[in-house]
Ligand binder design. Structure first.
Ligand SMILES: [Zn+2]
Length: 441
């Protein structure tokens, strides 16, 4: 009995001593271990002196953006939208200057933009419309942070400058390789987790939370570039949400002595853009025909169609922050009482069917192509806790007409479209108007 009791006391006091030791050394251990690993990382990337002296870097990226889905729309089907492009990025640390030029393609549209950040001001030049806009001045570190994330050498450069921003988080084994995980804080305050290959001190991946969702950059194909080691292939993964996407960057060259004065020039003959675009947050309503009301906010469009005793609305678009209710309220000033009997869905991207649960709850019939139905059900089930709500569908097979003595709407099912496999085109014969959203070409 006595023996047992003694044993228990011994174990108790041992565990107490042990937890004290942990509490006292835990943080120090993490800081010191992180510093030790980081030292090797710095020397792998080119050494402290060379990294500190690095002033100008021009990077030539060939990139492609691969959208795995656009919204809920393609979650269950194999759809990839590929948008190739090229970006030149010039960062000049001493001058606090940043110049980028991007050319990209989407479907059959071509974009070309130049941006110049200098003296705490940013100018965005649209090389197609030959207009420019001035953006609110942000500080240099903020301006270059997205470019920092594509370049581990610059992450290291930034981490060298900051004191006490490294924490060792532990190690991880993946595919037979061991990685040290270190947390670093960027100038903006963003904390990133870096994965460092223990065999060669390369940063192979960083992760960080963005609005609670995990984003990641991976670096591979490391080669020598000047006095430094740098990755020539970078992937960026966006979290699985609306625009689940992958960005691939092939670096064709890093240049550490670019001609800054020749490159970072203000393009000539550009005019101030009268208005940047209609993405200014304002909700606008316009009558586009007899009984046809067009509501638009930040590029999201709704058409309310007035019949003699009811309303049809076209597209259940993105209505974040009660946006849909705001649209309905605005429309109700013109047409106060008629019930919204139908909502017609042009295609299954999130910004066109986001609000189907709202309509289903209100007993509005859903006009849809057959292929949208599983996604609509999924969306309704995800949002509605009340499983007794069963949506009513009106399926458009090739063509469906809604008409009374005051209004006529023809809805056509179009197949093998570029933007979405199936789309519903809305035709208003009285006005000879067609509504087919997102159809850029
Ligand atoms: Zn779309």
């Amino acid at each position: 009995m006595l023996k047992k009791c003694y044993k228990a006391v011994l174990i108790f006091s041992l565990s107490l001593a042990c937890s004290n030791a942990l509490a006292n050394n835990f943080t120090h251990h993490n800081v010191n271990k992180a510093k030790e690993i980081f030292k090797n990382v710095v020397s792998y990337y080119g050494g402290k002196k060379a990294i500190n002296e690095l002033n100008n870097v021009l990077t030539d990226y060939d990139y492609s953006t691969n959208y795995r889905t656009q919204g809920y729309g393609y979650q269950d089907s194999e759809y990839h939208s590929n948008r190739p492009g090229n970006t030149l990025s010039l960062i000049s640390f001493n001058d606090k200057l940043n110049w980028t030029q991007t050319q990209s393609q989407y479907l059959k549209a071509f974009y070309s933009r130049t941006s110049l950040y200098q003296d705490n001001t940013r100018f965005d030049y649209n090389n197609i419309t030959r207009t420019f806009a001035t953006k609110n001045a942000s500080d240099f570190d903020k301006q270059i942070e997205s470019q920092l994330l594509r370049n581990p050498l610059l992450i290291v450069k930034s981490a060298i400058k900051q004191k006490d921003n490294l924490r060792y988080l532990g190690s991880k084994t993946r595919d037979g390789k061991r990685y040290s995980l270190i947390a670093m804080t960027l100038p903006s305050g963003r904390v990133i987790t870096t994965y460092i290959d223990q065999s060669n001190h390369q940063i192979v991946k960083i992760e960080f939370l963005n609005d609670g969702k995990l984003s990641a950059y991976s670096y591979s194909d490391y080669q020598s570039a000047g006095p430094f080691k740098l990755p020539f292939f970078i992937t960026r993964n966006l979290p699985d949400n609306y625009y689940s996407a992958y960005f691939y960057y092939h670096v064709s060259r890093y240049d550490f002595s670019p001609d800054v004065e020749q490159l970072a020039v203000v393009p000539k003959g550009y005019l101030v853009a009268e208005k940047y675009d209609t993405y200014d947050g304002e909700l606008r309503m316009q009558t586009i025909g007899k009984g046809l009301y067009w509501l638009t906010q930040n590029g999201a469009n709704t058409i309310f169609v007035e019949f003699s005793d009811h309303i049809m609305t076209v597209d259940a678009n993105n209505g974040r922050n009660d946006g849909l209710q705001r649209r309905i309220n605005k429309f109700r000033k013109l047409v106060p009482n008629k019930p919204i009997k139908y909502v017609s869905l042009s295609h299954q991207h999130h910004d066109h069917l986001d609000q189907v649960p709202f309509y289903a709850n209100h007993g509005t019939k859903l006009i849809t192509a057959k292929s949208f139905i599983p996604l609509i059900n999924k969306r309704i089930n995800a949002v509605n806790k009340n499983e007794t709500v069963k949506p009513t569908f009106e399926v458009v097979d090739k063509k469906r007409v809604y008409a009374d003595k005051t209004q006529r709407v023809e809805i056509y099912e179009l197949k093998n479209m570029l933007h979405a496999e199936t789309m519903l085109m809305t035709y208003f014969p009285n006005e000879q108007l067609i509504y087919l959203p997102d159809h850029y070409e």
